[in-house]
Design a protein around this ligand. Structure first.
Ligand SMILES: [Cu+2]
Length: 295
């Protein structure tokens, strides 16, 4: 006796269920309210990269999806093939040959996932190394790097534009409060090195348009480097739950021309924002003026 009751039942079951499942899939896809602009589709959910380094992250993301979809297609293909070609029918009643403890098969499905993981690992490690490379101070190329210290504190941000060959105004800063978000200005086409410091708890410096974020850990200076590419204004936020006003740790990012950037640094100097915001551990983030800068 067939578990379906009669020989023709599986087909009847499929005829009834398949349209139902398709309808369910359609409702799920449309009811979740995904409105996708066709030009955003190739990025598979990531924002358009505003930095040179963002393109590397995007390529890794897209490559991973393509690899996952190929693996998925092979697996779905095998499932569908066995469902269709080994189904019970009026002419074919017998159960297909059952395979157990087949060593080559077991080795195959142990080795293949290993290869898949190794390929993902290789590309991820390669890109991570590239994304985390920073110009050392001793490198002559350091002269053409803008160094900005990002201080994340409970609950906002300060941006200390450090002294350097590219900073004609000297050390200047801008800081925000939960009620007034600050703006981080960046020069287009020039390297920027971020030094991340926190005086209190762990925060995370995140600009979605960079396609990258890094934790800010008290007592440890994390760094990374970017080259801003696309002029415009972007959102930034803290990506690590850091206390009551975590959700108000917001800031703006403005990628401007190098000339506008220098003008902005001069403006900060003109309004008296010289020096920087101190980020000593266990001390509140407070403004530290450079000697002789007080008016
Ligand atoms: Cu935070």
């Amino acid at each position: 006796m067939s578990p379906y009751g009669s020989d023709r039942s599986p087909r009847r079951w499929m005829r009834r269920r398949v349209p139902q499942l398709l309808a369910l899939g359609l409702v799920t896809a449309t009811a979740t309210g995904c409105s996708v602009d066709s030009k955003d589709l190739p990025r598979l959910g990531l924002p358009s990269p505003a930095t040179e380094q963002g393109h590397r992250v995007l390529a890794l993301w897209q490559g991973s999806w393509i690899a996952a979809l190929i693996v998925g297609a092979v697996v779905w293909g095998l499932i569908l093939w066995s469902v269709v070609f080994h189904r019970r029918s009026r002419t074919k009643q017998e159960i297909p040959p059952q395979t157990r403890y087949n060593l080559p098969l077991e080795v195959l499905y142990t080795v293949i996932p290993g290869i898949i993981i190794a390929v993902f690992f290789y590309f991820t490690a390669r890109d991570e190394t590239k994304l985390q490379a920073t110009t050392p101070k001793t490198d002559p190329a350091f002269a053409s790097v803008n160094v900005i210290e990002v201080v994340g504190y409970q609950w906002n941000w300060a941006f200390n534009y450090k002294d350097g060959a590219l900073n004609s105004a000297g050390p200047v800063y801008e800081s925000g409060t939960p009620a007034r978000m600050p703006t981080l200005w960046l020069p287009q086409g020039q390297k920027v090195q971020f030094l991340l410091n926190s005086p209190d708890v762990i925060h995370s410096f995140w600009v979605p348009a960079f396609l990258y974020k890094q934790d800010i850990i008290p007592g440890k200076t994390n760094k990374f480097e970017i080259t801003p590419q696309v002029l415009g204004e972007y959102d930034g936020r803290c990506a690590e739950l850091c206390g009551a006003d975590h959700s108000r740790m917001l800031f703006k990012v403005k990628i401007v021309t190098p000339e506008e950037y220098q003008r902005h640094l001069a403006e900060l100097k003109a309004i008296g924002n010289t020096g920087g915001v101190r980020s000593t551990v266990n001390m509140p983030a407070t403004v530290e003026h450079t000697p002789g800068s007080e008016k």
